[in-house]
Design a protein around this ligand. Structure first.
Ligand SMILES: [Zn+2]
Length: 394
């Protein structure tokens, strides 16, 4: 991949030349860290052909677009074979977690993520999917969901959470999944507990990105995330240098098969840690220890302490029955606003209790304001972040 990228992609030719290395300098896994990190911002600033393999026929390719939460569009181009490779590792994660080939699945995605082409075998009842938009109200979609009578749901934690609330009210016999898959956003403890209590199945979290497809996945033991090492090389780095196993750092990813648009040492913007222990399930794909949420969304407190989005979201677990949905927005270092949608057991003391809990966690020098809202809409990318920080740490 490194030879290919250097020989055929203008961006990588320049990147290697600029630091004075050639593919001949890369022999071992350790040598990979000689290659500079690439960020999304660096690629976004380039004309598309600078980061594409020379001579690609784009008419034969699949384009994956995101509006991005920053509002700047980003396009990934891949061949049909490359897309199939990504679909296969996704299918493995789901089949290993109890899904069957003939299961009916309801998939919640952004409308532009609904594929125009279906695989030929889908018309024979294999890998059947019903796509629903994350932008539509779950209450309006409920009869469509019941008609689909799915064995499986997959979607963002936010949409699964709304589905669970609706099902708790309606108790429909046609909304009884055997498997549940969460993806594309931080899955917090309170959402896990809610889903288990309503559907009586454990949710399985899949970790992926627009750029790479699925990167890692949970198994039934929930001991971490098994990394799809046939598809990607995952490094965990601090400032471009790999950290020891177990230490938290930046997820840096290299695709092993994306020849159309190579991605080498690409910074995903997520925090994670490699775990050298083997999983109690016996599967030998290596483990990644945790996903603490987008690095950019970590909340930096006035005293300089940093809280991961995971820690903050998990602190809301005790309000799982009281609050249907929440979004914590750090507007300034010392000012946090929390938007809340009432749950069934909401009462007069709830708001004060949440403020007290957050002050205990964040410290007294931070102002916490609560705000009741009717609903919390997904951001333009279709994701629904529970934690947003407008304070940028260096
Ligand atoms: Zn396992």
């Amino acid at each position: 991949m490194i030879r290919h990228a250097y020989a055929t992609v203008p961006y990588y030719t320049r990147l290697f030349d600029d630091v004075g290395i050639t593919p001949d300098d890369i022999h071992t896994r350790e040598d990979v860290s000689l290659i500079p990190i690439t960020t999304k911002e660096a690629l976004q600033a380039l004309p598309l052909e600078e980061r594409l393999m020379r001579g690609v026929d784009r008419a034969q390719c699949i384009e994956r677009r995101t509006s991005g939460s920053t509002g700047r569009p980003f396009t990934i181009i891949l061949s049909r074979d490359e897309k199939e490779g990504q679909d296969i590792v996704q299918a493995r994660a789901m089949l290993e977690n109890g899904m069957r080939l003939t299961d009916r699945r309801v998939v919640f995605v952004a409308p532009w993520q609904i594929p125009k082409r279906r695989y030929w075998f889908q018309q024979f009842g294999v890998w059947r999917k019903t796509y629903l938009s994350v932008f539509d109200d779950i209450r309006d979609q409920f009869s469509a969901i019941e008609r689909a009578n799915p064995h499986c749901f997959s979607g963002t934690p936010a949409v699964l959470r709304l589905l669970a609330y609706e099902q708790r009210e309606r108790k429909s016999p046609h909304v009884a999944p055997r498997t549940l898959f969460s993806a594309a956003d931080l899955l917090d403890q309170s959402t896990r507990q809610l889903l288990t209590s309503v559907f009586d199945v454990e949710v399985i979290d899949l970790y992926g990105s627009l750029e790479f497809g699925y990167i890692a996945w949970e198994c039934e033991r929930h001991a971490g995330y098994h990394i799809n090492v046939e598809q990607i090389l995952l490094e965990v780095c601090d400032d471009g240098t790999p950290v020891s196993d177990g230490e938290i750092g930046d997820a840096i990813c290299t695709s092993l098969h994306s020849y159309t648009m190579p991605l080498i040492r690409y910074r995903l913007g997520d925090l994670c840690a490699l775990d050298s222990r083997s999983c109690p399930c016996g599967r030998t794909l290596p483990l990644m220890k945790l996903i603490a949420g987008r690095a950019n969304d970590a909340v930096t407190l006035p005293n300089g302490r940093m809280l991961t989005p995971q820690a903050l979201a998990d602190s809301m677990v005790e309000f799982g029955e009281i609050i249907q949905q929440f979004r914590i927005v750090q507007e300034r270092t010392n000012y946090i606003r929390i938007e809340l949608v009432k749950g069934p057991r909401f009462n007069d003391e709830t708001l004060a209790a949440i403020r007290t809990m957050l002050r205990g966690l964040l410290g007294d020098d931070i102002e916490v304001q609560t705000e009741l809202v009717e609903c919390i809409d997904p951001d333009p990318s279709g994701k629904q972040k529970a934690i947003v920080s407008h304070v940028h740490s260096s």
